[in-house]
Design a binder for this molecule. Structure first.
Ligand code: SF4
Length: 75
């Protein structure tokens, strides 16, 4: 069972790209100027979720996002 859940509110992303710089394994910039959560699933329009065993740099990405649209929680 996954140990962490990363939740990303893509609609609220302003395209600052900090997440992709801090955690390129999980976030990449899309041509539309917003970040994509790699391997994530859209659970509601604009809201993406990815459950993972290992957090990697996701907490740094969450902390680095200037509009605080990435959340990390322990399951
Ligand atoms: S750091 Fe936040 S605002 Fe910037 S691209 Fe990533 S999710 Fe979007």
């Amino acid at each position: 069972m996954a140990k962490y859940r990363i939740t990303y509110d893509r609609d609220a992303c302003i395209g600052a790209a900090a997440c992709a710089a801090l955690d390129p394994k999980r976030f990449e910039m899309n041509v539309d100027g917003k970040a994509d959560l790699k391997g994530g699933k859209e659970v509601k329009p604009g809201l993406w979720v990815l459950e993972v065993d290992s957090l990697g740099e996701a907490q740094e990405a969450a902390d680095g996002c200037p509009v605080d649209v990435i959340k990390v929680e322990e399951l």
